[in-house]
Design a protein around this ligand. Structure first.
Ligand code: C2O
Ligand code: CU
Ligand code: CU
Length: 567
């Protein structure tokens, strides 16, 4: 009898131990260089001891390596799809041509490899990658397919900020998840009951007693985070989705909707030996936000951890580092974000609605849902657009655009808080009449075939069709915006050419630029043209390019001419 009680106590003890056991926070490896290979495959992960959870991961069982890119460098990625399913891989936030973006159109069939190649044009910040196959995004991301991208640039490199990965600079991929009784991931996001960071549940992280940087992603399908420290200390946000902030912003809590990122610096100086926690303050989220309190009409999700405050990561403060030198204070000026000027901007309005109006799962944008073969609108390369988004539904929607950053002009009619004033690619639009106005300019790329996407980043909404797509057209073939389309002003011979095109023309300017575009919307050749006594002449080596049709642009300060040329 006594033995039985002992055995029982032992079992209870070991059970509570398995539940409460703290695991070291998993830190994904980094991958860098000009050739990066990703292998997306089915796998098994041990989130709970004794249970094999079926997951998918890039180069591992869950999530993927942190890709480190350098501004201005060229990179070629190989994405090998070893799943038994079709997929895509989207570079969330990167400014790339539509054909390299990994949208629902860049399908990677099972057993094949997709290999985009591009120059990194983005500012230093934390981006991410994840599958984007229409109607499969949620399930593939929930099962584990996602990773971070860190872009570094020379401006950020000169700042006295923590930046040694895994030492004083840590990635935190924060995700809500639902497990069933067999500890399998439930492919739905209604009843999420677990928070994991980098795939670790109840993790701890040893942090040095100095300033520590965290790159935080809300990589959840549905729920919002309101992050704080358990001692309610203040910390500094230094970066948002796609850039550093102009200056660090002091705060003691902040919200991230699905898809959003923030970089924060927490000062643990002199606190060696202490333990602190990163918390979710569900009670502090606005009413009606997934994970927060229900709204006035009682609408909202009511899963077990909604509207609750709880610890999500333990920090054990250890000795400060010797290498690198501990950062003990950070600059007051970080960067200079130049907000896109709204002069001559075009305006596009987006109305978000529940369908039917009370729906909490099915939403439309301007009355329609995503259809793969419908282009929702066209815009011209280099034109500035202001998007006014109005949310008439009863849920907040984290609105995301592809291939470019935007600036938030206003939220609910007022200037956004300082921590939302950098470059962004997700903005949360509040429910029941909330608005956001964002400004952007799609420069550098156009594509007559491949669109860019915009959508709600709640994956279940997106999969249900809360998404649209638009084409960025060459402004030059369209004859709009006071462009010159006078083919007689430029003489090209021979055309088609085999070896060289000779270009001759006249201009009232003194310096022109010539750019050659391929049909994927990429500039494949460019050079300056000096105008002497009103005319210019130059040669373009056609022999270096494959046969096909190209667009030649002659660009001055006051005119742009475009001509189709052939090889
Ligand atoms: Cu992160 Cu279109 O998405
Ligand atoms: Cu994206
Ligand atoms: Cu939504």
């Amino acid at each position: 009898m006594r033995n039985k009680i002992l055995l029982f106590l032992l079992m209870v003890f070991s059970l509570t131990k398995t539940i409460k056991a703290q695991s070291p926070l998993f830190i994904p490896d980094t991958l860098s260089g000009s050739n990066i290979s990703l292998y997306l495959a089915d796998s098994v992960t041990h989130f709970y001891s004794g249970f094999n959870t079926h997951t998918i991961g890039y180069n591992g069982n869950y999530l993927g390596p942190t890709i480190v890119l350098h501004h201005g460098h060229h990179v070629t990625l190989q994405v090998h799809n070893q799943l038994t399913d079709t997929t895509t891989t989207h570079w969330h936030g990167l400014h790339v041509a539509p054909v390299n973006d990994g949208s629902p159109h860049n399908v990677i069939l099972h057993g094949t490899t997709w290999s985009p190649s591009f120059t990194v044009l983005d500012k230093a910040a934390t981006y991410w990658y994840h599958p984007h196959l229409h109607m499969k995004t949620m399930q593939q991301v929930l099962k584990g397919a996602a990773g971070l991208i860190i872009v570094r640039d020379s401006e950020e490199a000169t700042l006295n900020l923590p930046r040694t990965y895994g030492v004083d600079d840590f990635p935190l991929v924060c995700q809500w998840k639902t497990f069933d009784a067999n500890k399998q991931i439930v492919l739905s996001d209604d009843t999420d009951n677990v928070v994991m960071i980098n795939g670790t549940i109840n993790g701890f992280l040893n942090v040095p007693a100095q300033m520590v940087r965290f790159r935080i992603l809300n990589g959840s399908s549905h729920r919002f985070f309101e992050f704080a420290m358990n001692d309610n200390r203040s910390f500094k946000q230094i970066g948002g989705d796609e850039s550093l902030l102009n200056s660090p912003v002091s705060m003691n809590k902040f919200m991230l909707g699905p898809g959003e990122r923030a970089e924060i610096v927490v000062d643990f100086s002199g606190q060696s030996g202490n333990t602190y926690y990163l918390k979710q303050l569900g009670t502090q989220l606005p009413a009606g936000y997934p994970g927060g309190p229900p709204d006035a009409m009682g609408m909202g999700t009511l899963a077990v951890l909604d509207n609750k405050d709880f610890n999500i990561l333990q920090f054990n403060v250890t000795a400060s580092t010797t290498i690198p030198n501990p950062v003990t204070s950070i600059p007051t000026k970080l960067t200079n974000n130049i907000i896109t000027s709204s002069i001559n901007a075009g305006t596009i309005n987006f109305l978000l609605q529940g369908s039917p109006q009370m729906s909490m799962t099915n939403f439309t944008i301007n009355g329609v849902q995503y259809q793969p073969n419908v282009i929702n609108f066209y815009t011209l390369q280099d034109s500035v657009m202001i998007w006014n988004i109005t949310n008439q539904s009863m849920m907040p929607h984290p609105w995301h655009i592809h291939g470019n950053h935007f600036f938030v002009k206003s939220i609910n009619g007022t200037t956004p808080p300082a921590n939302l004033q950098g470059r962004k690619d997700v903005v949360v639009v509040a429910p029941n009449g909330g608005t956001a106005s964002i400004i952007m300019k799609y420069a550098d790329f156009f594509d007559p075939i491949y669109p860019y996407m915009y959508h709600c980043h709640i994956n279940s909404h997106e999969d249900n069709g809360m998404m649209g797509q638009f084409i960025v057209s060459s402004r030059l073939s369209s004859g709009i915006n006071s462009l010159v389309n006078d083919e007689d002003a430029i003489k090209i011979f021979p055309n088609p050419a085999i070896a060289d095109w000779t270009i001759k023309g006249t201009s009232t300017e003194t310096l022109l630029e010539c750019k050659l575009w391929n049909d994927a919307g990429q500039i494949i050749y460019q050079k300056k043209l000096e105008v002497t006594a009103g005319s210019y002449e130059t040669i373009i080596p056609a022999k270096h390019f494959s046969s096909g049709v190209y667009l030649l642009q002659i660009i001055g300060n006051t005119s742009i001419q475009t001509i189709k040329i052939c090889k």
